[in-house]
Write a protein that binds this ligand. Structure first.
Ligand code: PEP
Ligand code: MG
Length: 889
């Protein structure tokens, strides 16, 4: 195998091997763009190193050969005393992990070559500053020295000289600082800073490999669901300098606005600076458009390159570039991250430009982005106290208590508080605070600062660079213009779509996208409508493509109507037990606890008309579409009085010698029915088989409701679903009775009802005997909630609060199996049961109604295993429609 690729040897499709950065540097090189020469060490080499603790044997020689070629091309040798070649050593994984891994710049500088650099550049200060940056970065990332020690030394140097800015230190000051830095290295790392340039390079490469498993990187991967075994590539690239004076600089650019999708000139530029200065948001940048004034030639060239890149990648690209003494160099490009709204707009814009087709447009958006667009926004009519405005870095409306450090953000959010993390700027150490916060507010940095990039990636609201806010993290407060002080714990509101910052809690209103789905908004001219238009078109693409139908889990007419507006093609699950919560709970309680037949019949008689009315309303709301009604499935503990509470009541009454006969009788009954494991107890079909008349009443209510709708010239399409079946015998008994009742109602009303009867598949045994069960079922609906619970042996009500956090942290699974279907275990049962069921009954209808029905990744799986529909809560229907379309294209 080959472990090293020159930039001229790779291309953009080799991301697995060369990482995103390496693959794109190669692509740009081959497009003839000005990329500083270099080479990439593959992720394969990293994996060997991470697995065995040693670099592959061949790596050293390969690196030597590529370095020699690079030196030949550049006409100078790495670290050469009189004219040194300097290189950067940068991480670059398949998926972008901004700032999570290590980078070392200026490799090749030493006590000797710093002189050579000074001479070549004609600039002593620059050379010593570069050397000091190398020792600082190398010391921190490669040798593990506490970075604050270097920062403190730098601060001290400035204090001694009574200056405030790094640039005010001259060559002599920096030379002294280098000596100080070398001492720090010696003391802290127990070794000298290496003077051999090749040793510097080799150690840096190893450090980049190691940084793959750094805490920050691991946390980020877990959050972003990036697999842990990919490894990172390492890019060794000849240095170009943006800090060689006012005719030099560095910047970041987007080919379109990553927040709105609009075409134009977007980016930030920083004169006389190195690349890290921009990304870190340390100094404030100028808008890219200013570059036209500063250096027209480079600006024009950059604009042309941006057009080339967009047409080549057929997508929004983001770019890092450096100008060294008037010469433009491309340091990086990639298909850029964007906000959810921009993703929809850009996808439709590119279709209109003829660059991509509808199927490709669907790949450019995700259900998660659509879900994000359905979040509420701030009420524009609300009275607000605006105290600042920063850059709209990542959209959304966030309200919470201001906190000024990551630790507090995590601590408070764990105790249920909503917090806004306020920082001067963020760095990778703030990651867990950012995850915990509702939103992020910084006073420095542009659209490409760490806070902005990471927040956008997470879909978190972020306002950055709000310069009027004086953030004092040490004293945990910020001062707003006019002098008002926001202390830790004060509520603030931030709007990531406008960049505005408000004191107090601003009320929020529904999103325009929801308004659109609700039918309350249509295409128009202002900004929100442009987004609605894009969503409308993408949804149409998805609906044309998808094979899966999408139904709703809805228990009442109101939800059903909303679901229908959102595009539901029926109801996949009506949980009848939900119809008995609230006022009617007592009726069910009485039914379950009834001692005598008379008592039972009485409560059933009372329930029948209530149920029938529910169903009539539901059929009316869903007229012409299938409505799957599940017979009662209450885990008993949800319906019976709490045993402890009741015991106390009885004991109290006893001690006060008050009458308590009824309570005592109830307590005895509850004791009789009390279960240690109600989820595995008397519920679902079991309850129907044990309590005579219960299912019969429900089937009668369904049949009579359907007959009533027919009589009213409606088109009811009822399907009766039996829950928690484990064996076909259970189903057969219920079915026989149901058929009898339906026939009775048909006879009595003189209507043909054609009610389908099917079952849930939510127990492992049902899945394993699906072939037999299909004999008695016209449809299956996979109840993946209970199926996950029983396949894993995880209590669905308890585990997420108890040990799942530990499991997620240990990487046992990347996401809860209750959220995304476990393909290998639960999913295998679904796949096999679907197949076996269809073997018995080729026209068996197959659906899923567990929570997974609205989860993007799971929807793709259900498409793939050939289900007919997914059913999910009304709000997730658009997401399911979109993902079903994406799965099919
Ligand atoms: C299921 O178990 O997946 C299901 C849909 O039923 P419930 O959540 O009501 O148990
Ligand atoms: Mg269930």
């Amino acid at each position: 195998v080959k472990f090293v690729y020159d930039f001229t040897e790779g291309n953009k499709d080799l991301k697995d091997l060369l990482g995103g950065k390496g693959a794109n540097l190669a692509e740009m090189t081959n497009l003839g763009l000005p990329v500083p020469p270099g080479f990439t060490i593959t992720t394969e080499a990293c994996k060997v190193y991470l697995d065995s603790g040693e670099e592959p044997a061949a790596l050293r020689d390969e690196v030597s050969a590529h370095l020699a070629a690079l030196e030949e091309r550049m006409g100078k040798k790495l670290g050469q005393a009189d004219n040194p070649l300097l290189v950067s050593v940068r991480s670059g994984a398949k998926f972008s992990m901004p700032g999570m891994m290590d980078t070392v710049l200026n490799i090749g500088l030493s006590d000797k070559s710093v002189q050579g650099l000074a001479q070549q550049a004609g600039d002593d200060r620059f050379a010593w500053d570069s050397y000091r940056r190398l020792i600082q970065m190398f010391g921190k990332t490669v040798l593990g020295v506490d970075g604050d020690l270097f920062e403190d030394a730098l601060e001290k140097a400035k204090e001694t000289k009574k200056v405030t800015d790094d640039t005010q230190l001259d060559a002599a000051d920096l030379k002294k600082l280098v000596t100080r830095y070398k001492k720090i290295v010696k003391t802290e790392a127990g070794r000298d800073f290496p003077q051999d340039p090749r040793e510097q390079m080799d150690l840096a490469i190893k450090a980049v490999f190691d940084s793959w498993n750094g805490d920050r990187a691991k946390l980020y991967r877990r959050q972003e669901r990036i697999p842990h075994d990919l490894g990172t590539a390492v890019n060794v690239c000849s240095m170009v300098f943006g800090n060689l004076g006012p005719d030099s600089g560095t910047g970041v650019a987007f080919t379109r606005d990553p927040a709105s999708g609009h075409q134009g000139v977007y980016g930030d530029y920083l004169q006389n600076a190195q690349g890290e200065d921009v990304v870190a948001g340390i100094r404030n940048t100028v808008p890219l458009a200013e570059l036209e004034r500063i250096d027209k030639k480079s600006y024009d060239q950059l604009m042309q390159i941006m057009e080339t890149l967009e047409n080549h990648y057929k997508d929004l690209c983001d770019i890092e570039f450096t100008i060294e003494r008037g010469r433009l160099w491309m340091l990086q490009t990639r298909v850029g991250k964007r906000t959810a709204g921009a993703a929809f707009r850009i996808a439709t814009q590119l279709v209109d430009q003829g660059l991509i087709d509808e199927a490709e447009a669907l790949q450019r958006v995700t259900g998660a982005q659509l879900a994000q667009l359905m979040f509420p926004r701030f009420d524009e009519g609300a009275k607000v106290e605006q105290v600042g405005r920063g850059i709209a870095a990542s959209p959304g409306a966030a309200v919470g208590k201001a906190v000024f450090d990551s630790y507090t953000a995590v601590k408070w959010s764990r105790s249920g508080e909503k917090v806004i993390l306020v920082r001067r700027e963020t760095n990778p150490d703030d990651l867990d605070g950012m995850i915990a916060a509702e939103g992020i507010l910084t006073s420095r940095g542009g659209k490409t600062s760490h806070a902005a990039v990471v927040a956008r990636g997470m879909g978190k609201t972020c306002v950055c660079g709000a310069e009027e806010l004086e953030v004092d993290t040490k004293r945990r407060r910020m001062t707003v213009p006019g002098g008002h002080v926001v202390e830790e714990g004060d509520v603030i509101s931030i709007d990531g779509s406008s960049g505005k910052v408000y004191l107090g809690e601003v009320p929020v209103v529904p999103s325009p996208v929801v308004e659109y789905f609700e039918g309350r908004m249509h295409a128009g001219a202002d900004d929100a409508d442009e987004l609605v238009e894009a969503v409308h078109r993408i949804m149409a693409f998805a609906d044309r493509k998808r094979r899966l139908r999408v139904r709703a889990n809805a228990d009442n007419a109101e939800d059903a109507l909303r679901a229908r507006r959102f595009g539901a093609q029926g109801i996949g699950l009506c949980r009848t037990e939900h119809m008995f919560l609230g006022d009617r709970r007592e009726l069910v309680e009485r039914l379950i606890l009834a001692d005598t037949e008379v008592e039972r019949e009485d409560s059933l008689k009372e329930l029948l008309p209530l149920q029938k009315r529910d169903f009539v309303e539901l059929f009316e709301a869903m007229d012409g579409l299938p409505v799957t009604i599940r017979l009662l499935d209450p885990p008993l503990h949800e319906f019976l009085p709490d045993i402890t509470e009741l015991s106390v009541r009885v004991a109290l009454a006893e001690s006060r010698q008050e009458p308590h006969e009824n309570e005592l009788r109830l307590l005895q009954a509850v004791h009789r029915l009390h279960e240690q494991n109600p989820m595995l107890g008397l519920r679902g079909v079991r309850l129907g088989l044990v309590i005579p008349g219960l299912f019969t009443m429900q089937v009668r209510a369904i049949a009579e409701a359907a007959a009533e709708r027919k009589a009213a010239k409606g088109d009811p399409r009822a399907e009766i679903m039996i829950p928690l079946v484990g064996t076909v015998q259970e189903l057969e008994i219920v079915r026989e009775e149901a058929d009898r009742v339906v026939a009775e109602v048909e006879e009595a009303t003189g209507t043909q009802l054609k009610l389908a009867i099917g079952t849930m598949i939510e127990l492992p045994r049902a899945a394993l005997t699906a072939g037999q069960i299909a004999e008695a079922a016209e449809f299956f609906s996979f109840g993946t909630n209970d199926l996950t619970q029983t396949v894993w042996g995880f209590s669905r009500d308890d585990v997420e609060a108890s040990f799942f956090t530990a499991y997620l942290e240990k990487g046992i699974f990347g996401v809860s199996p209750f959220e995304t279907i476990d393909k290998d275990g639960v999913g295998k049962l679904v796949r096999d049961a679907a197949k076996a069921g269809r073997e018995t009954r080729p026209d068996l209808k197959l659906g899923v109604c567990g929570e997974h029905g609205g989860d993007p990744e799971s929807v793709h799986f259900f498409h793939e295993v050939g289900l007919d529909y997914v059913s999910c809560s009304p709000f997730r229907i658009p997401v399911a429609r979109l993902e079903a379309g994406r799965a099919a294209s």
